[in-house]
Design a protein around this ligand. Structure first.
Ligand code: AN7
Length: 360
């Protein structure tokens, strides 16, 4: 019998790099430690010699990278005596907040844009017992309301303006460096509030300053074209995109993200909804990896920059897939081209259905 210590989450693993004490009660669901998958088929399609790795953050406990930040934010909220947490959310933050609040035995209040969050995420918030407050307004309005209400109510904000969130999320960079034994040349992320790109840069920079790694990647932040304040150079009041997770026009980490771009010598760019959905489908059909639309923005942008040579051949590229495809079943079913054939329950019809589709 070979004994391997039970994995108990990222705070335990990266204790030395996180603001916790020996007696802090950790609120964890075993988040982190997600796969770094090397793409096999898609790089071949590009005709370019690049190594593309996928950091599959959809395999966190609630299906998105938000769990990395939420384990820290809720751990600290509980340590500080808070009995309730609150967030505005395009969906994933609310799912994570609801789950970690349940784990901690405290209350969660989540403000979501009416009718604009993916079904899986709504199901999660409801199932974990959060109070779901749908507002007739978008994420940005919800964020503003959360900041205001928290001044008058005993609730802890767990959006990424809570500094513990980014502390937890920086651990994804640690994992990548450890698995590659170096930093990648480029790290591509979808950008909404720009918390995650800022957190990754913090993680890479800590390992760089500690001498664990000799280089840091260029950070590439991709936005949906209809919700791209970093491309417009200012806030966007009516953001629109099929990628509802990043339907954000007033990013909360605006200054941080510009600094990341400068320091890392990276860039921002935008992808159309068509490009985003095409990348989502490509990953699912050619690699067996299912992510939600917003997540595919990282690969959509990377593939374009590989094609044009902005990302040169010979590069090591990491794309973060921030959320699982099952979060948004409606979009998946709508854009899938796989045949669903209905036949009578006989051997003959089933055999015909197989033979008809065999060549496709
Ligand atoms: C799948 O849940 O803002 O740039 O309220 O769910 O750190 O904001 C979600 C953001 C990318 C953008 N991919 O990350 C929320 C929320 C997915 C996301 C982002 C989000 P940030």
């Amino acid at each position: 019998m070979v004994y391997r210590p039970r994995y108990t989450g990222l705070i335990e693993r990266y204790r030395d790099h996180l603001p916790v004490n020996d007696d802090t009660r950790l609120i964890s669901l075993g988040e982190g430690n997600t796969p770094l998958l090397k793409l096999n088929n898609i790089p071949r399609l590009t005709g370019k010699n690049v190594d593309i790795y996928i950091k599959y953050e959809g395999l966190n406990p609630t299906g998105s990278f938000k769990d990395r930040g939420m384990t820290m934010a809720v751990t600290k909220a509980v340590e500080e005596g808070s009995k309730a947490i609150i967030c505005a959310s395009t969906g994933n933050t609310s799912a994570a907040a609801a789950a970690y609040a349940a784990r901690a035995g405290i209350s969660a209040f989540v403000l979501i844009p009416d009718g604009k969050i993916a079904l899986g995420k709504l199901a999660q918030a409801m199932m974990h017992g959060a109070t779901v407050i749908q507002i007739k307004g978008n994420f940005d309005k919800g964020m503003q309301l959360v900041k205001e209400v928290a001044e008058h109510t005993p609730v802890t904000i767990v959006n990424s303006i809570n500094p513990y969130r980014l502390q937890g999320q920086k651990t994804a960079a640690f994992e990548i460096v450890e698995e590659l034994s170096c930093a990648p040349d480029f790290h591509c992320l979808p950008v909404g509030n720009a918390g995650n790109i800022s957190a990754h840069w913090m993680g890479y920079s800590e390992y760089y300053q500690d001498g664990i790694v000799a280089t840091r990647p260029k950070m590439l932040g991709y936005q949906a074209a209809g919700s791209a304040p970093f491309m417009r150079g200012g806030m966007v009041d009516e953001p629109e995109t099929v990628a509802t997770a990043i339907r954000i026009g007033h990013p909360q980490s605006w200054d941080k993200a510009w600094k990341v771009k400068e320091e890392s010598q990276g860039w921002f760019d935008e992808c159309t909804d068509e490009e985003i959905l095409a990348a989502q489908k490509l990953l699912a059909e050619k690699e067996g990896i299912f992510c939600e639309p917003a997540s595919a923005t990282s690969l959509a942008g990377a593939l374009r920059d590989i094609q044009t040579g902005k990302i040169p051949e010979g590069s090591k590229v990491v794309c973060t897939l921030t959320g699982h495809g099952l979060k948004d079943p409606d979009i998946a079913i709508k854009q899938s081209s796989s045949p669903v054939v209905t036949v009578s329950a006989t051997l003959e019809s089933v055999r015909d259905a197989i033979l008809d589709n065999m060549a496709k």
